[in-house]
Design a protein around this ligand. Structure first.
Ligand code: GLN
Length: 305
């Protein structure tokens, strides 16, 4: 397996030249664009790695499935579903073009910024700092990594410059979809996006979603299978934003990307995959990361369709 992963990484490194690191969060512009890493988590704790698999990067939107999961665990399916729908938007992750239609649950989903910001209000906690603390604990537990923490400079950088997300949060307020103070809700969201991980952390988190909530080694049920299916379904339709259809065709399993360059791939009942390659395409998805997952899917016949 390691040999296969090495091949995939050396084949895919060339594609980093076709993308660009995110610059709208200034701190992300400092990342080396040529990195490519992969990790696979299989049953009984077997893990395989290749490339820049030790590199740390921020989760960014890869944290959205965890925000959804925490909100599901705290508030239940009906409450979640009444605030944020599940239909694909076919629009970019930070779209604010709702002017042709009133903002409502039917035109947002948990994997775009507006939906994810709204879901932060359904996570329990006395303060938004506490809500984030519970989210971080969840990430640590699923990754089996108590060291996970926030990259402070990326967090500060996004908090200072996140006007578009502020605009989205105020739109949610204007349409009566959230009522808590915007800065507090966003602080939870920005911190969550800035959790620093490696490919291995993503592979392990993905593996638990693939196992429908059961830990692949201890077999402990960490959250209800029903919630894993909810999250995985939203990843299929929207995890790669407006590139989700093409990804379903060429790769064929639930996945979530982030502008930090990470992608988490969930292969139900089989494995979890984490890739990292920070050069992004125009949609904000990792170019070499998608190529690596395409090759992996073809080699191991991973498409669920
Ligand atoms: N923190 C980023 C933002 O809100 C996450 C976006 C992404 O990874 N696509 O803009």
């Amino acid at each position: 397996m390691n040999t296969l992963l090495e091949h995939i990484i050396s084949d895919c490194r060339q594609y980093t030249a076709q993308g660009h690191v995110a610059t709208y969060i200034p701190e992300l512009a400092n990342v080396d664009p040529d990195q490519v890493g992969i990790c696979i988590s299989l049953d009984n704790g077997r893990e395989y790695f290749a490339g820049d698999c030790q590199a740390q990067f921020t989760m960014q939107s890869v944290v959205k499935p965890l925000i959804l999961l925490q909100a599901l665990m705290d508030s239940g399916v009906d409450t979640i579903h009444s605030l944020v729908g599940v239909e694909a938007t076919g629009k970019p992750f930070d779209t604010f073009n709702y002017s042709d239609q009133p903002l409502s649950r039917t035109n947002i989903n948990p994997m775009i910024n507006t939906g994810s910001i709204a879901l932060c209000t359904l996570i329990h906690g006395a303060t938004y700092r506490d809500r984030f603390g519970r989210l971080l604990e969840l990430a640590r537990k699923l990754a089996g990594n108590p060291q996970l923490t926030v990259n402070e400079s990326v967090y500060q950088s996004e908090k200072l410059t996140g006007s578009k997300n502020r605009a989205l949060a105020y739109l949610l307020t204007a349409y009566g979809m959230i009522s808590d103070p915007v800065e507090e809700v966003l602080d939870c969201y920005f911190r969550a996006c800035s959790i620093s991980v490696t490919c291995r952390d993503l592979a392990r988190i993905a593996h638990i979603f693939a196992n429908h909530g059961a830990h692949p080694v201890t077999k402990e049920q960490l959250f209800p299978a029903e919630y894993a299916k909810y999250v995985n379904a939203t990843l299929v339709t929207s995890g790669m934003y407006d590139g989700s259809g093409e990804f379903a065709l060429n790769v064929g399993f639930p996945a979530k990307s982030g502008v930090g360059g990470g992608i988490m791939g969930v292969i139900p009942r089989r494995m979890g995959v984490g890739v990292f390659a920070p050069a992004l395409d125009q949609r904000g998805n990792s170019v070499a990361g998608i190529k690596a997952l395409e090759k992996l899917s073809r080699e191991l016949d991973l498409s669920i369709y």
